[in-house]
Design a protein around this ligand. Structure first.
Ligand SMILES: Nc1ncnc2c1ncn2[C@@H]1O[C@H](COP(=O)(O)OP(=O)(O)OP(=O)(O)O)[C@@H](O)[C@H]1O
Length: 220
């Protein structure tokens, strides 16, 4: 369970102070599918980055399962990130010179998982996402929708239970975006917790709960 209590985030540089999140309290249960919506600059990405242990709050308490995240140093944060959380980005963030297969197995290589085990896990995920025919291709040889599936496969290969996605369909046409949302819906049915940021009401309609942020506060 993700539990944020009175989370605030202040960015300071020179004389400028921006309060990106103001006293945000929020609980997300394991297995939920949540969309975060709100105007540009309202604090959506800041919230997602804090939930994803990519950034820390200025004040407040964040608890994930039994760990008090807000007390962890960067080492502790990266341990949590590596074991429980995975990200999907708008621009896919694939390595251009690596094949799809190599991109997908990267998190496992970083963890020193054996060659045989990597092969097994990549082929399972590729089958699940219908990308077996793409595995030898470089990102530039694939469509946007195919690249996003590869990015999703890479996100899933290490077995994290929480998937965070910042505008995952932002670079896709509507039809391909809907296909991606169907995949996310199936992953949610399989028990994954999904939290995504979107401007698009169609994308948000796949979530079971919509959280609206207005000027750094949860409004709905
Ligand atoms: N690293 C940073 N340094 C300084 N200010 C920042 C930083 N990141 C975000 N901000 C500011 O915090 C506020 C919230 O930004 P955030 O990116 O969370 O909004 P958002 O809702 O995700 O916006 P968008 O939909 O445009 O991506 C904005 O005013 C932004 O300028």
């Amino acid at each position: 369970m993700i539990k944020l209590e009175n989370i605030s985030k202040i960015y300071k540089f020179d004389d400028v102070v921006i309060e990106a999140l103001k006293d945000v309290s929020l609980t997300i249960e394991k297995g939920e599918f949540v969309a975060i919506m709100g105007a540009s600059g309202s604090g959506k990405s800041t919230l997602l980055n804090i939930i994803g242990c990519m950034d820390t709050a200025t004040s407040g308490t964040y608890t994930l399962d039994n760990d008090v995240i807000s007390k962890l140093n960067s080492n502790g944060l990266s341990k949590i990130r590596n074991s429980k959380i995975t990200f999907v980005f708008q621009n896919f963030a694939l390595m251009e010179k690596y094949t799809a297969y190599e991109n997908i197995e990267l998190p496992l290589v970083n963890r020193k998982v054996s060659f045989a085990e990597r092969r097994k896990r990549v082929s399972e995920i590729a089958k699940q996402l219908g990308i077996e025919a793409q595995l030898d291709k470089l990102p530039k040889q694939m469509s946007g929708g195919q690249q996003q599936r590869i990015a999703l496969a890479r996100a899933l290969v290490s077995g994290a239970d929480i998937i965070l996605a910042d505008e995952p369909t932002g670079a896709l046409d509507q039809k391909t975006g809907i296909e991606l949302m169907e995949l996310l819906r199936n992953l949610n049915k399989d028990g994954k917790t999904i939290i995504l940021v979107t401007h698009d009401p169609i994308v948000a309609s796949y979530a079971k709960r919509i959280i609206t942020i207005l000027d750094g506060r949860i409004s709905q």
